[in-house]
Write a protein that binds this ligand. Sequence first.
Ligand SMILES: [Zn+2]
Ligand SMILES: [Zn+2]
Ligand SMILES: [Zn+2]
Length: 576
Amino acid sequence: MYVGRTFATREDFKTALSIYAINCVFKFKFTRYQKDYLVSECDDKRICDWRVFAHKVGDSEEYEVRKAKLDHLCNVETRSRFSKHATSKVVAALLRANYANAYCGPRARDLPECILTEHNVRVLYWKAWKVKELAVVTAQGTDESSYALLPVYLHVLKLANPGTVYKLETVRDDNGDDRFKYVFVALGASVRGLPYVRRVVVVDGTHLFGKYLRCLLTASCQDANFQIFPIAFAIVDSETDESWRWFMQQLSEIVNDGQDLTFMSDRNSSILKSIPEVYPKAHHGFCLVHIRRNVKAKYLKKSGLPSLVWRAGSMYRKKDFDDEYDRIKQRNVRCWEFLEGIGVENWSRAYFEGERYNLMSSNIAESLNKALLPARGSPVLALIEFIRKMLGRWFETRRKRIARTVGDNPIAVERELLKRFKGGLGMAVLAVGRWDFEVKPKEGCHFHVSLEKRTCSCLEFQKLNLPCTHAMAAAHERGFEYKLLVGDMHKIKMWQPTVEGAILPVQDPAEVEVPEDIRVMCLMPPQTKRPPERPPKLRIHSAGEYEGKNKSKQPNKCGRCGGLGHNRVTCTNPLG
Ligand SMILES: [Zn+2]
Ligand SMILES: [Zn+2]
Ligand SMILES: [Zn+2]
Protein backbone atom coordinates (compact mmCIF):
# COMPACT_ATOMS: atom_id res chain seq x y z
CA MET A 1 0.00 0.00 0.00
CA TYR A 2 1.54 3.32 -1.04
CA VAL A 3 0.52 6.75 -2.29
CA GLY A 4 -0.07 6.73 -6.05
CA ARG A 5 -1.03 3.06 -6.28
CA THR A 6 -4.10 2.58 -8.49
CA PHE A 7 -6.79 -0.09 -8.63
CA ALA A 8 -9.03 -1.01 -11.53
CA THR A 9 -12.23 -0.55 -9.52
CA ARG A 10 -13.50 0.54 -6.14
CA GLU A 11 -14.18 -3.11 -5.25
CA ASP A 12 -10.61 -4.03 -6.16
CA PHE A 13 -9.30 -1.36 -3.84
CA LYS A 14 -11.47 -2.56 -0.97
CA THR A 15 -10.42 -6.17 -1.48
CA ALA A 16 -6.74 -5.26 -1.75
CA LEU A 17 -6.93 -3.22 1.43
CA SER A 18 -8.50 -6.15 3.27
CA ILE A 19 -5.77 -8.50 2.07
CA TYR A 20 -3.20 -5.93 3.15
CA ALA A 21 -4.79 -5.82 6.61
CA ILE A 22 -4.73 -9.60 6.87
CA ASN A 23 -1.08 -9.79 5.90
CA CYS A 24 -0.02 -6.93 8.22
CA VAL A 25 -2.36 -8.01 11.02
CA PHE A 26 -4.51 -5.03 11.83
CA LYS A 27 -8.16 -4.03 11.71
CA PHE A 28 -9.51 -0.97 9.94
CA LYS A 29 -12.90 0.39 8.96
CA PHE A 30 -14.20 2.79 6.37
CA THR A 31 -15.04 6.07 8.07
CA ARG A 32 -16.03 8.02 4.96
CA TYR A 33 -17.94 6.19 2.30
CA GLN A 34 -18.58 8.71 -0.48
CA LYS A 35 -19.50 8.29 -4.12
CA ASP A 36 -16.05 9.15 -5.42
CA TYR A 37 -13.75 8.61 -2.46
CA LEU A 38 -13.16 6.36 0.51
CA VAL A 39 -11.44 7.00 3.83
CA SER A 40 -10.31 4.08 5.93
CA GLU A 41 -9.02 4.43 9.46
CA CYS A 42 -7.74 2.14 12.15
CA ASP A 43 -10.39 0.55 14.31
CA ASP A 44 -8.99 2.31 17.34
CA LYS A 45 -8.55 5.78 15.93
CA ARG A 46 -8.40 7.45 19.37
CA ILE A 47 -4.91 6.03 19.80
CA CYS A 48 -3.81 5.09 16.29
CA ASP A 49 -3.70 7.39 13.29
CA TRP A 50 -3.32 4.78 10.54
CA ARG A 51 -5.30 6.17 7.64
CA VAL A 52 -5.67 5.56 3.89
CA PHE A 53 -7.48 7.92 1.57
CA ALA A 54 -8.38 6.76 -1.96
CA HIS A 55 -10.08 8.83 -4.65
CA LYS A 56 -11.71 8.02 -7.95
CA VAL A 57 -9.56 8.94 -10.96
CA GLY A 58 -11.43 11.41 -13.19
CA ASP A 59 -14.32 9.79 -15.03
CA SER A 60 -12.78 6.32 -15.04
CA GLU A 61 -13.61 3.41 -12.74
CA GLU A 62 -10.11 3.51 -11.26
CA TYR A 63 -9.22 4.34 -7.69
CA GLU A 64 -5.95 5.89 -6.60
CA VAL A 65 -4.39 6.05 -3.14
CA ARG A 66 -3.91 9.77 -2.47
CA LYS A 67 -2.85 9.80 1.18
CA ALA A 68 -1.54 7.03 3.41
CA LYS A 69 -0.29 7.01 7.00
CA LEU A 70 0.75 3.45 7.52
CA ASP A 71 2.20 3.30 11.04
CA HIS A 72 0.13 1.80 13.82
CA LEU A 73 0.03 2.83 17.46
CA CYS A 74 -2.91 0.65 18.38
CA ASN A 75 -2.69 -2.31 20.77
CA VAL A 76 -2.83 -6.04 20.25
CA GLU A 77 -6.48 -6.23 21.30
CA THR A 78 -7.43 -4.14 18.30
CA ARG A 79 -5.03 -5.74 15.88
CA SER A 80 -6.10 -9.26 16.78
CA ARG A 81 -9.46 -8.54 15.20
CA PHE A 82 -7.75 -8.49 11.78
CA SER A 83 -9.33 -11.81 10.81
CA LYS A 84 -12.69 -10.04 10.48
CA HIS A 85 -11.38 -8.93 7.09
CA ALA A 86 -11.23 -12.54 5.93
CA THR A 87 -14.69 -12.56 4.43
CA SER A 88 -15.50 -15.26 1.91
CA LYS A 89 -15.10 -12.75 -0.87
CA VAL A 90 -11.65 -11.64 0.23
CA VAL A 91 -10.42 -15.17 0.82
CA ALA A 92 -11.70 -16.10 -2.61
CA ALA A 93 -9.65 -13.28 -4.12
CA LEU A 94 -6.65 -14.44 -2.12
CA LEU A 95 -6.92 -17.93 -3.48
CA ARG A 96 -7.85 -17.20 -7.03
CA ALA A 97 -4.23 -16.70 -8.01
CA ASN A 98 -3.28 -20.08 -6.55
CA TYR A 99 -6.03 -21.81 -8.47
CA ALA A 100 -5.36 -20.24 -11.80
CA ASN A 101 -2.06 -22.06 -12.28
CA ALA A 102 -2.44 -25.38 -10.53
CA TYR A 103 -4.35 -28.01 -12.45
CA CYS A 104 -6.33 -28.95 -9.40
CA GLY A 105 -6.71 -26.75 -6.37
CA PRO A 106 -6.73 -27.85 -2.75
CA ARG A 107 -9.76 -29.72 -1.49
CA ALA A 108 -12.16 -27.80 0.69
CA ARG A 109 -10.98 -29.57 3.80
CA ASP A 110 -7.41 -28.50 3.00
CA LEU A 111 -8.36 -24.89 2.49
CA PRO A 112 -8.41 -23.63 6.08
CA GLU A 113 -4.92 -25.02 6.54
CA CYS A 114 -3.47 -23.32 3.51
CA ILE A 115 -5.18 -20.05 4.27
CA LEU A 116 -3.95 -20.26 7.83
CA THR A 117 -0.34 -20.87 6.87
CA GLU A 118 -0.16 -18.32 4.11
CA HIS A 119 -2.26 -15.54 5.50
CA ASN A 120 -2.55 -15.94 9.26
CA VAL A 121 -6.29 -16.41 9.21
CA ARG A 122 -8.28 -19.11 10.90
CA VAL A 123 -11.22 -19.94 8.69
CA LEU A 124 -14.00 -22.31 9.53
CA TYR A 125 -14.39 -25.34 7.34
CA TRP A 126 -17.74 -24.13 6.05
CA LYS A 127 -16.42 -20.75 5.23
CA ALA A 128 -14.06 -22.67 3.01
CA TRP A 129 -17.10 -24.13 1.31
CA LYS A 130 -18.28 -20.68 0.38
CA VAL A 131 -14.83 -19.80 -0.86
CA LYS A 132 -15.08 -22.81 -3.10
CA GLU A 133 -18.34 -21.58 -4.46
CA LEU A 134 -16.98 -18.16 -5.22
CA ALA A 135 -13.51 -18.84 -6.48
CA VAL A 136 -13.09 -22.41 -7.44
CA VAL A 137 -16.18 -23.77 -9.07
CA THR A 138 -15.49 -21.73 -12.15
CA ALA A 139 -11.78 -22.53 -12.22
CA GLN A 140 -10.45 -25.55 -14.07
CA GLY A 141 -9.65 -28.97 -12.71
CA THR A 142 -11.30 -29.05 -9.33
CA ASP A 143 -13.04 -32.36 -9.86
CA GLU A 144 -11.65 -33.96 -6.71
CA SER A 145 -12.87 -31.27 -4.32
CA SER A 146 -16.13 -31.20 -6.21
CA TYR A 147 -16.77 -34.83 -5.28
CA ALA A 148 -15.75 -34.21 -1.67
CA LEU A 149 -18.37 -31.48 -1.32
CA LEU A 150 -21.12 -33.34 -3.17
CA PRO A 151 -22.85 -35.06 -0.19
CA VAL A 152 -23.29 -31.79 1.69
CA TYR A 153 -24.25 -29.94 -1.46
CA LEU A 154 -27.04 -32.40 -2.22
CA HIS A 155 -28.32 -32.06 1.32
CA VAL A 156 -28.51 -28.25 1.20
CA LEU A 157 -29.95 -28.41 -2.33
CA LYS A 158 -32.86 -30.40 -1.00
CA LEU A 159 -33.26 -28.12 2.02
CA ALA A 160 -33.53 -25.09 -0.25
CA ASN A 161 -35.82 -26.89 -2.70
CA PRO A 162 -38.32 -29.04 -0.80
CA GLY A 163 -39.65 -31.99 -2.75
CA THR A 164 -36.31 -32.55 -4.43
CA VAL A 165 -35.50 -36.22 -4.95
CA TYR A 166 -31.87 -37.19 -5.05
CA LYS A 167 -29.85 -40.35 -4.70
CA LEU A 168 -26.12 -40.70 -4.31
CA GLU A 169 -24.67 -44.12 -5.05
CA THR A 170 -21.17 -44.90 -3.78
CA VAL A 171 -18.79 -47.84 -3.79
CA ARG A 172 -16.18 -48.70 -1.20
CA ASP A 173 -12.73 -49.27 -2.66
CA ASP A 174 -9.90 -51.50 -1.43
CA ASN A 175 -8.61 -48.79 0.93
CA GLY A 176 -12.01 -48.44 2.57
CA ASP A 177 -12.69 -45.07 0.95
CA ASP A 178 -16.13 -44.22 -0.39
CA ARG A 179 -15.99 -43.41 -4.06
CA PHE A 180 -18.58 -41.75 -6.25
CA LYS A 181 -20.58 -44.04 -8.48
CA TYR A 182 -23.84 -42.41 -9.61
CA VAL A 183 -25.91 -39.39 -8.67
CA PHE A 184 -29.56 -38.77 -9.55
CA VAL A 185 -31.35 -35.43 -9.07
CA ALA A 186 -34.94 -34.36 -9.68
CA LEU A 187 -35.55 -30.80 -8.48
CA GLY A 188 -38.61 -30.15 -6.34
CA ALA A 189 -40.01 -27.71 -8.89
CA SER A 190 -39.88 -30.36 -11.63
CA VAL A 191 -41.51 -32.98 -9.43
CA ARG A 192 -44.27 -30.50 -8.61
CA GLY A 193 -44.98 -29.72 -12.26
CA LEU A 194 -45.00 -33.35 -13.33
CA PRO A 195 -48.77 -34.00 -12.95
CA TYR A 196 -49.46 -31.23 -15.49
CA VAL A 197 -47.37 -32.45 -18.41
CA ARG A 198 -48.24 -35.21 -20.86
CA ARG A 199 -46.88 -38.61 -19.92
CA VAL A 200 -44.36 -38.90 -22.71
CA VAL A 201 -40.87 -39.09 -21.25
CA VAL A 202 -37.88 -38.58 -23.52
CA VAL A 203 -34.78 -40.30 -22.12
CA ASP A 204 -31.32 -39.66 -23.49
CA GLY A 205 -27.65 -39.94 -22.62
CA THR A 206 -24.84 -37.59 -23.50
CA HIS A 207 -21.12 -37.57 -22.86
CA LEU A 208 -19.38 -35.20 -20.50
CA PHE A 209 -15.85 -34.03 -21.16
CA GLY A 210 -14.59 -33.84 -17.59
CA LYS A 211 -11.48 -35.48 -16.29
CA TYR A 212 -13.46 -38.44 -15.00
CA LEU A 213 -15.34 -38.94 -18.27
CA ARG A 214 -18.83 -39.11 -16.86
CA CYS A 215 -22.01 -39.46 -18.79
CA LEU A 216 -25.20 -37.46 -18.25
CA LEU A 217 -28.57 -39.19 -18.44
CA THR A 218 -31.70 -37.06 -18.70
CA ALA A 219 -35.47 -37.48 -18.64
CA SER A 220 -37.72 -34.73 -19.99
CA CYS A 221 -41.31 -34.13 -20.99
CA GLN A 222 -42.97 -31.50 -23.13
CA ASP A 223 -45.24 -28.85 -21.64
CA ALA A 224 -48.47 -27.36 -22.99
CA ASN A 225 -46.47 -24.85 -25.03
CA PHE A 226 -44.38 -27.60 -26.75
CA GLN A 227 -41.32 -26.64 -24.69
CA ILE A 228 -38.97 -29.00 -22.95
CA PHE A 229 -39.80 -29.72 -19.32
CA PRO A 230 -36.79 -31.42 -17.70
CA ILE A 231 -37.73 -33.85 -14.94
CA ALA A 232 -34.57 -35.54 -13.79
CA PHE A 233 -30.92 -36.09 -14.58
CA ALA A 234 -28.14 -38.37 -13.44
CA ILE A 235 -24.38 -38.46 -13.72
CA VAL A 236 -23.06 -41.98 -14.29
CA ASP A 237 -19.88 -43.62 -15.58
CA SER A 238 -21.24 -44.48 -19.01
CA GLU A 239 -24.35 -45.73 -20.75
CA THR A 240 -24.46 -49.32 -19.58
CA ASP A 241 -27.29 -51.72 -18.79
CA GLU A 242 -26.54 -51.23 -15.11
CA SER A 243 -26.49 -47.41 -15.15
CA TRP A 244 -29.67 -47.11 -17.21
CA ARG A 245 -31.49 -49.61 -15.01
CA TRP A 246 -30.39 -47.65 -11.93
CA PHE A 247 -31.59 -44.42 -13.55
CA MET A 248 -34.97 -45.94 -14.40
CA GLN A 249 -35.34 -47.23 -10.84
CA GLN A 250 -34.74 -43.75 -9.43
CA LEU A 251 -37.11 -42.28 -12.00
CA SER A 252 -39.83 -44.71 -10.95
CA GLU A 253 -39.90 -42.92 -7.57
CA ILE A 254 -41.43 -39.88 -9.26
CA VAL A 255 -42.96 -41.22 -12.52
CA ASN A 256 -45.19 -44.23 -12.00
CA ASP A 257 -45.70 -47.02 -14.48
CA GLY A 258 -48.88 -47.33 -16.53
CA GLN A 259 -50.45 -48.05 -19.90
CA ASP A 260 -50.71 -44.30 -20.44
CA LEU A 261 -46.97 -43.78 -20.09
CA THR A 262 -44.70 -43.57 -23.12
CA PHE A 263 -40.93 -43.42 -23.32
CA MET A 264 -39.06 -42.04 -26.29
CA SER A 265 -35.43 -42.84 -26.98
CA ASP A 266 -32.75 -43.17 -29.62
CA ARG A 267 -32.89 -46.98 -29.43
CA ASN A 268 -29.84 -47.30 -27.20
CA SER A 269 -29.58 -50.99 -26.32
CA SER A 270 -29.33 -50.36 -22.56
CA ILE A 271 -32.44 -48.19 -22.61
CA LEU A 272 -34.21 -50.90 -24.60
CA LYS A 273 -33.42 -53.42 -21.88
CA SER A 274 -34.06 -51.30 -18.81
CA ILE A 275 -37.50 -49.89 -19.66
CA PRO A 276 -39.42 -53.22 -19.69
CA GLU A 277 -37.62 -54.26 -16.52
CA VAL A 278 -38.59 -51.21 -14.49
CA TYR A 279 -41.69 -50.09 -16.42
CA PRO A 280 -43.40 -53.27 -17.65
CA LYS A 281 -46.63 -51.48 -18.63
CA ALA A 282 -45.19 -48.45 -20.41
CA HIS A 283 -44.85 -48.07 -24.17
CA HIS A 284 -41.58 -47.28 -25.85
CA GLY A 285 -41.34 -45.29 -29.08
CA PHE A 286 -38.22 -44.71 -31.13
CA CYS A 287 -37.02 -41.36 -32.32
CA LEU A 288 -37.87 -40.98 -35.99
CA VAL A 289 -35.08 -38.47 -36.55
CA HIS A 290 -32.51 -41.05 -35.49
CA ILE A 291 -34.02 -43.67 -37.76
CA ARG A 292 -34.02 -41.25 -40.67
CA ARG A 293 -30.36 -40.54 -39.91
CA ASN A 294 -29.58 -44.26 -39.86
CA VAL A 295 -31.25 -44.72 -43.23
CA LYS A 296 -29.37 -41.74 -44.60
CA ALA A 297 -26.07 -43.23 -43.45
CA LYS A 298 -26.81 -46.73 -44.72
CA TYR A 299 -28.28 -46.03 -48.14
CA LEU A 300 -27.66 -43.66 -50.99
CA LYS A 301 -28.37 -40.11 -49.96
CA LYS A 302 -30.12 -39.25 -53.20
CA SER A 303 -32.35 -42.30 -53.05
CA GLY A 304 -35.06 -40.21 -51.42
CA LEU A 305 -35.41 -42.97 -48.85
CA PRO A 306 -34.81 -40.82 -45.75
CA SER A 307 -37.70 -38.51 -46.56
CA LEU A 308 -39.92 -41.46 -47.48
CA VAL A 309 -39.18 -43.00 -44.09
CA TRP A 310 -39.99 -39.71 -42.41
CA ARG A 311 -43.28 -39.42 -44.28
CA ALA A 312 -44.27 -42.99 -43.50
CA GLY A 313 -43.43 -42.64 -39.82
CA SER A 314 -45.42 -39.44 -39.43
CA MET A 315 -48.63 -40.79 -40.97
CA TYR A 316 -51.67 -40.94 -38.71
CA ARG A 317 -53.71 -43.61 -40.48
CA LYS A 318 -52.56 -47.18 -40.94
CA LYS A 319 -53.71 -47.18 -44.55
CA ASP A 320 -51.57 -44.14 -45.38
CA PHE A 321 -48.63 -45.69 -43.62
CA ASP A 322 -49.03 -48.97 -45.53
CA ASP A 323 -48.99 -47.11 -48.85
CA GLU A 324 -45.76 -45.29 -48.01
CA TYR A 325 -44.20 -48.39 -46.54
CA ASP A 326 -44.89 -50.33 -49.76
CA ARG A 327 -43.20 -47.57 -51.70
CA ILE A 328 -40.07 -47.99 -49.56
CA LYS A 329 -40.12 -51.74 -50.15
CA GLN A 330 -40.36 -51.29 -53.90
CA ARG A 331 -37.53 -48.82 -53.95
CA ASN A 332 -35.10 -50.66 -51.68
CA VAL A 333 -35.84 -54.02 -50.11
CA ARG A 334 -32.79 -53.93 -47.83
CA CYS A 335 -33.90 -50.64 -46.35
CA TRP A 336 -37.37 -52.09 -45.84
CA GLU A 337 -35.87 -55.11 -44.08
CA PHE A 338 -33.87 -52.82 -41.84
CA LEU A 339 -37.07 -50.99 -40.87
CA GLU A 340 -38.90 -54.28 -40.34
CA GLY A 341 -36.13 -55.28 -37.93
CA ILE A 342 -36.76 -52.18 -35.83
CA GLY A 343 -40.46 -52.99 -35.58
CA VAL A 344 -43.12 -50.89 -37.26
CA GLU A 345 -45.06 -50.51 -34.00
CA ASN A 346 -42.05 -48.79 -32.43
CA TRP A 347 -41.26 -46.11 -34.96
CA SER A 348 -44.45 -45.33 -36.87
CA ARG A 349 -47.15 -43.13 -35.39
CA ALA A 350 -49.91 -45.09 -37.13
CA TYR A 351 -49.06 -48.44 -35.54
CA PHE A 352 -47.73 -47.16 -32.23
CA GLU A 353 -49.86 -48.57 -29.42
CA GLY A 354 -49.34 -45.88 -26.79
CA GLU A 355 -49.86 -42.14 -26.96
CA ARG A 356 -46.99 -40.11 -28.33
CA TYR A 357 -48.97 -37.01 -29.39
CA ASN A 358 -46.81 -34.71 -31.49
CA LEU A 359 -43.58 -36.27 -30.24
CA MET A 360 -41.96 -38.12 -33.10
CA SER A 361 -38.37 -37.57 -32.05
CA SER A 362 -36.14 -37.13 -29.04
CA ASN A 363 -35.16 -33.68 -30.31
CA ILE A 364 -36.10 -32.00 -27.05
CA ALA A 365 -33.38 -34.03 -25.33
CA GLU A 366 -30.87 -32.92 -27.92
CA SER A 367 -31.77 -29.29 -27.40
CA LEU A 368 -31.29 -29.83 -23.68
CA ASN A 369 -27.84 -31.29 -24.37
CA LYS A 370 -27.01 -28.25 -26.42
CA ALA A 371 -28.07 -25.91 -23.65
CA LEU A 372 -25.84 -27.84 -21.24
CA LEU A 373 -22.82 -27.73 -23.52
CA PRO A 374 -20.97 -24.94 -21.66
CA ALA A 375 -21.01 -27.00 -18.46
CA ARG A 376 -20.25 -30.41 -19.90
CA GLY A 377 -16.57 -30.15 -18.99
CA SER A 378 -17.23 -28.84 -15.49
CA PRO A 379 -16.66 -30.65 -12.20
CA VAL A 380 -19.71 -32.56 -11.00
CA LEU A 381 -20.85 -29.93 -8.49
CA ALA A 382 -20.55 -27.06 -10.96
CA LEU A 383 -22.54 -29.06 -13.50
CA ILE A 384 -25.44 -29.63 -11.10
CA GLU A 385 -25.34 -25.96 -10.11
CA PHE A 386 -25.37 -25.00 -13.78
CA ILE A 387 -28.45 -27.13 -14.40
CA ARG A 388 -30.19 -25.75 -11.31
CA LYS A 389 -29.56 -22.16 -12.39
CA MET A 390 -30.56 -22.85 -15.98
CA LEU A 391 -33.86 -24.43 -14.97
CA GLY A 392 -34.46 -21.52 -12.61
CA ARG A 393 -34.05 -19.10 -15.51
CA TRP A 394 -36.27 -21.16 -17.82
CA PHE A 395 -39.04 -21.37 -15.25
CA GLU A 396 -38.86 -17.64 -14.57
CA THR A 397 -39.05 -16.81 -18.29
CA ARG A 398 -42.08 -19.05 -18.65
CA ARG A 399 -43.81 -17.51 -15.65
CA LYS A 400 -43.35 -14.09 -17.25
CA ARG A 401 -44.70 -15.33 -20.58
CA ILE A 402 -47.70 -16.89 -18.89
CA ALA A 403 -48.40 -13.64 -17.04
CA ARG A 404 -48.35 -11.76 -20.36
CA THR A 405 -50.55 -14.24 -22.23
CA VAL A 406 -54.12 -13.19 -22.96
CA GLY A 407 -56.71 -15.93 -23.51
CA ASP A 408 -56.66 -19.67 -22.90
CA ASN A 409 -53.90 -20.84 -25.22
CA PRO A 410 -50.12 -20.59 -24.94
CA ILE A 411 -48.37 -18.75 -27.74
CA ALA A 412 -47.06 -21.83 -29.57
CA VAL A 413 -50.55 -23.35 -29.58
CA GLU A 414 -51.96 -20.16 -31.09
CA ARG A 415 -49.35 -20.39 -33.84
CA GLU A 416 -50.35 -23.99 -34.57
CA LEU A 417 -54.02 -22.98 -34.73
CA LEU A 418 -53.23 -20.21 -37.20
CA LYS A 419 -51.24 -22.59 -39.39
CA ARG A 420 -54.12 -25.05 -39.43
CA PHE A 421 -56.68 -22.32 -40.01
CA LYS A 422 -54.78 -21.17 -43.11
CA GLY A 423 -54.52 -24.78 -44.28
CA GLY A 424 -58.27 -25.21 -43.97
CA LEU A 425 -59.17 -22.19 -46.08
CA GLY A 426 -60.70 -23.11 -49.43
CA MET A 427 -61.89 -26.56 -48.34
CA ALA A 428 -65.44 -27.50 -49.20
CA VAL A 429 -67.48 -28.01 -46.04
CA LEU A 430 -70.80 -29.82 -46.02
CA ALA A 431 -72.83 -30.07 -42.84
CA VAL A 432 -74.18 -33.59 -42.36
CA GLY A 433 -75.46 -33.16 -38.80
CA ARG A 434 -75.60 -30.51 -36.12
CA TRP A 435 -71.91 -30.91 -35.25
CA ASP A 436 -70.86 -33.28 -38.03
CA PHE A 437 -69.30 -32.24 -41.30
CA GLU A 438 -67.90 -33.65 -44.46
CA VAL A 439 -64.79 -31.70 -45.38
CA LYS A 440 -63.22 -32.00 -48.81
CA PRO A 441 -59.75 -30.58 -49.45
CA LYS A 442 -58.94 -29.23 -52.91
CA GLU A 443 -57.34 -32.55 -53.73
CA GLY A 444 -57.98 -36.05 -52.46
CA CYS A 445 -60.83 -37.66 -50.62
CA HIS A 446 -63.14 -36.15 -48.01
CA PHE A 447 -62.89 -36.34 -44.22
CA HIS A 448 -65.52 -36.65 -41.55
CA VAL A 449 -65.24 -34.11 -38.72
CA SER A 450 -67.21 -34.20 -35.47
CA LEU A 451 -66.81 -30.96 -33.54
CA GLU A 452 -68.72 -32.41 -30.60
CA LYS A 453 -66.52 -35.48 -30.20
CA ARG A 454 -63.45 -33.57 -31.33
CA THR A 455 -62.55 -36.15 -33.93
CA CYS A 456 -61.69 -36.26 -37.59
CA SER A 457 -61.32 -39.31 -39.80
CA CYS A 458 -57.76 -38.14 -40.58
CA LEU A 459 -57.05 -38.99 -36.89
CA GLU A 460 -54.80 -35.98 -36.35
CA PHE A 461 -57.46 -34.14 -34.33
CA GLN A 462 -57.80 -36.87 -31.69
CA LYS A 463 -54.15 -37.92 -31.64
CA LEU A 464 -52.73 -34.43 -31.10
CA ASN A 465 -55.65 -32.95 -29.15
CA LEU A 466 -55.39 -30.04 -31.55
CA PRO A 467 -57.85 -29.38 -34.40
CA CYS A 468 -56.62 -30.48 -37.84
CA THR A 469 -57.09 -28.31 -40.95
CA HIS A 470 -60.40 -30.07 -41.65
CA ALA A 471 -61.73 -29.33 -38.19
CA MET A 472 -60.67 -25.70 -38.50
CA ALA A 473 -62.52 -25.48 -41.83
CA ALA A 474 -65.63 -26.97 -40.25
CA ALA A 475 -65.42 -24.68 -37.22
CA HIS A 476 -65.02 -21.69 -39.54
CA GLU A 477 -68.13 -22.74 -41.46
CA ARG A 478 -70.21 -23.08 -38.31
CA GLY A 479 -68.80 -20.02 -36.53
CA PHE A 480 -67.52 -22.29 -33.76
CA GLU A 481 -64.94 -20.88 -31.36
CA TYR A 482 -61.57 -22.39 -32.28
CA LYS A 483 -60.26 -22.39 -28.75
CA LEU A 484 -62.99 -24.87 -27.76
CA LEU A 485 -61.33 -27.42 -30.03
CA VAL A 486 -58.02 -27.35 -28.17
CA GLY A 487 -57.50 -30.17 -25.69
CA ASP A 488 -57.03 -29.27 -22.03
CA MET A 489 -53.43 -30.45 -22.15
CA HIS A 490 -52.54 -27.46 -24.32
CA LYS A 491 -54.30 -24.81 -22.24
CA ILE A 492 -52.70 -22.12 -20.11
CA LYS A 493 -54.34 -23.68 -17.06
CA MET A 494 -52.16 -26.76 -17.61
CA TRP A 495 -49.07 -24.77 -18.48
CA GLN A 496 -49.10 -22.47 -15.48
CA PRO A 497 -48.84 -25.10 -12.71
CA THR A 498 -45.81 -26.70 -14.37
CA VAL A 499 -43.65 -23.71 -13.48
CA GLU A 500 -45.20 -22.66 -10.19
CA GLY A 501 -42.40 -24.10 -8.07
CA ALA A 502 -39.44 -21.80 -7.52
CA ILE A 503 -35.90 -23.09 -7.91
CA LEU A 504 -33.86 -21.61 -5.11
CA PRO A 505 -30.12 -21.25 -4.55
CA VAL A 506 -28.49 -23.41 -1.91
CA GLN A 507 -27.68 -21.93 1.47
CA ASP A 508 -24.34 -21.77 3.19
CA PRO A 509 -24.07 -25.14 4.97
CA ALA A 510 -22.73 -23.29 8.01
CA GLU A 511 -26.15 -21.71 8.46
CA VAL A 512 -28.23 -24.86 8.30
CA GLU A 513 -28.24 -28.17 10.03
CA VAL A 514 -26.33 -30.89 8.22
CA PRO A 515 -26.60 -34.38 9.72
CA GLU A 516 -23.38 -35.75 11.12
CA ASP A 517 -23.13 -38.70 8.72
CA ILE A 518 -23.33 -36.36 5.73
CA ARG A 519 -20.99 -33.79 7.24
CA VAL A 520 -18.22 -36.27 7.89
CA MET A 521 -18.61 -38.20 4.66
CA CYS A 522 -15.46 -37.94 2.59
CA LEU A 523 -16.44 -38.81 -0.95
CA MET A 524 -13.64 -39.60 -3.36
CA PRO A 525 -13.80 -39.29 -7.13
CA PRO A 526 -14.61 -42.45 -9.07
CA GLN A 527 -11.83 -44.79 -9.98
CA THR A 528 -11.98 -44.62 -13.69
CA LYS A 529 -11.04 -47.01 -16.28
CA ARG A 530 -12.93 -46.43 -19.41
CA PRO A 531 -15.41 -49.28 -19.83
CA PRO A 532 -15.21 -50.98 -23.21
CA GLU A 533 -18.95 -51.34 -23.85
CA ARG A 534 -19.79 -48.30 -25.86
CA PRO A 535 -17.19 -45.75 -26.85
CA PRO A 536 -18.88 -42.61 -28.17
CA LYS A 537 -17.87 -43.13 -31.78
CA LEU A 538 -20.21 -46.12 -31.91
CA ARG A 539 -23.19 -44.14 -30.74
CA ILE A 540 -26.12 -44.96 -32.96
CA HIS A 541 -27.20 -41.41 -33.54
CA SER A 542 -23.79 -40.28 -34.63
CA ALA A 543 -23.95 -42.59 -37.62
CA GLY A 544 -24.30 -40.59 -40.78
CA GLU A 545 -23.20 -37.40 -39.16
CA TYR A 546 -20.41 -35.63 -40.92
CA GLU A 547 -16.99 -36.93 -40.04
CA GLY A 548 -14.15 -34.53 -40.76
CA LYS A 549 -10.78 -35.82 -41.91
CA ASN A 550 -7.90 -35.47 -39.52
CA LYS A 551 -5.27 -33.75 -41.63
CA SER A 552 -2.70 -33.37 -38.89
CA LYS A 553 0.32 -35.64 -39.33
CA GLN A 554 1.48 -35.22 -35.75
CA PRO A 555 0.30 -37.83 -33.27
CA ASN A 556 -2.61 -36.71 -31.12
CA LYS A 557 -1.96 -35.66 -27.58
CA CYS A 558 -4.55 -36.78 -25.08
CA GLY A 559 -6.24 -33.97 -23.17
CA ARG A 560 -7.08 -36.34 -20.35
CA CYS A 561 -3.91 -38.22 -19.49
CA GLY A 562 -1.38 -36.33 -21.61
CA GLY A 563 -0.32 -39.47 -23.50
CA LEU A 564 0.43 -39.51 -27.23
CA GLY A 565 -1.25 -41.35 -30.07
CA HIS A 566 -4.81 -41.10 -28.85
CA ASN A 567 -7.24 -38.45 -27.68
CA ARG A 568 -9.52 -37.98 -24.68
CA VAL A 569 -12.35 -39.79 -26.40
CA THR A 570 -10.38 -42.96 -27.04
CA CYS A 571 -8.36 -42.74 -23.83
CA THR A 572 -8.31 -45.95 -21.82
CA ASN A 573 -5.74 -45.02 -19.20
CA PRO A 574 -7.00 -45.28 -15.61
CA LEU A 575 -7.08 -42.12 -13.52
CA GLY A 576 -7.47 -41.50 -9.82
ZN1 LIG B 1 -3.93 0.88 14.17
ZN1 LIG C 1 -58.73 -33.98 -40.20
ZN1 LIG D 1 -5.30 -40.58 -22.61
